[in-house]
Design a protein around this ligand. Sequence first.
Ligand code: MN
Length: 192
Amino acid sequence: MHTLLDLPCPINALEPVISARTLEFHHGKHLQGYVDNLNKLIAGTEYENLSLEDIVRQASGAVFNNAGQILNHNLYFLQFAPKPSSPAPTGKLLKQIEGQWGSLDAFKADFVAKGIGLFGSGWVWLQADASGALSIAQYSGADNPVAHGLKPLLTFDVWEHAYYLDYQNRRAAHLEALWGIVEWGKVEERFH
Ligand code: MN
């Protein structure tokens, strides 16, 4: 049985970047819905006792979509903090970003541009390959780096349910605001 992730902070703690009302729907309704759907879909099947990562690697169709959305949202919600103790990357991750993009600001601009440019519903990801090389990917629907054999580091959800109550059509403004709540220590843990 898969269960709903506990949010790492109170539901209003990420305001004004992400409002309590958005989280009530995004976490309490959308993510809960994916969890309920997946549990129904996998009961009595070969996927019943697999981890989310293994389901994402092996399944297709509705099972893939619901498992992928749970995995994506779990990584998404756990990477934020109201007052990040690590508001910027350091060490190996910073060095790699600077080596590939020139500066952290140039990386952020590229990441947001790819989030804005993703047509329809999906996720923009910072991902790493086995050698530690980074890339930014635009994945539609529930797709994610794990399905492509890559390591997921950081993600911004560009499904409208992630921002429409607070930002309506202003996806760019929402994505820019998210930088203020990224807990880069979490991203660095995923990179190691
Ligand atoms: Mn979402």
